[in-house]
Design a protein around this ligand. Structure first.
Ligand SMILES: [Zn+2]
Ligand SMILES: [Zn+2]
Length: 200
């Protein structure tokens, strides 16, 4: 685009003042350039110290993230995954018995579990598969060994026989790398946020 002389004269208006970036300082000053953010030397020192503190905290956060083990990342994904399943199934009945899940919702931990059809122990590659996990009452999940026979009936009603059979012979995948786990966690969180927004 060619600038007209009129547009150029627009930049000749008197320089604006800027509010000092230091919290609690009410001074205004004339900025020399875009990165000039404080009113004077005293505020510059305060600002630099705050900036250093912020960067240190950021580095500490990043370092912590880096030293997390793979199993810690898996645990993180599990939290995000379970939250998604529990929200998705919040109005359902237990996948393997007629217990209505919302009636349990006042109990600690939401009152119901995220129960896996094929267990995390025997099919770890399906631990983050949304077909394989459903809201389940604690009685079924913990005291009836997952109530597998009734789970299958409930699962067929929800996702259909073909999907259940596909799930039953699914043996692939699972050896996620840490970047994959991070992406999965972000994806489950995004799906949950979207679902919450859509049902708000
Ligand atoms: Zn200042
Ligand atoms: Zn149940």
């Amino acid at each position: 685009m060619i600038r007209s002389p009129i547009a150029r004269t627009g930049t000749l208006k008197p320089a604006r003042t800027r509010k000092c970036a230091v919290k609690g300082c009410a001074n205004r000053f004339q900025p020399r350039n875009i990165s000039h953010k404080v009113c004077g030397a005293d505020c510059a020192a305060v600002h630099a110290a705050a900036e250093r503190k912020r960067l240190d905290a950021k580095q500490t956060r990043e370092r912590k993230q880096k030293v997390k083990t793979r199993s810690e990342h898996i645990a993180d994904v599990q939290v995000a995954f379970n939250a998604l399943v529990r929200y998705r199934d919040r109005d359902q009945h237990c996948i393997s018995c007629p217990t209505h899940l919302p009636t349990l919702a006042d109990q600690p931990g939401g009152g119901f579990d995220c129960g896996h059809y094929r267990s995390r122990g025997s099919a770890p590659h399906l631990r983050f598969d949304l077909r394989n996990a459903h809201g389940q009452c604690k009685k079924c999940n913990r005291y009836r060994a997952g109530n597998a026979a009734d789970y299958r009936i409930g699962l067929i009603a929800r996702i259909g026989l073909a999907a259940v059979e596909a799930l039953e012979c699914d043996q692939a995948g699972g050896n996620w790398t840490i970047p994959e786990l991070l992406a999965m966690k972000a994806d489950f969180r995004a799906q949950l946020a979207k679902m919450k927004k859509e049902t708000a």
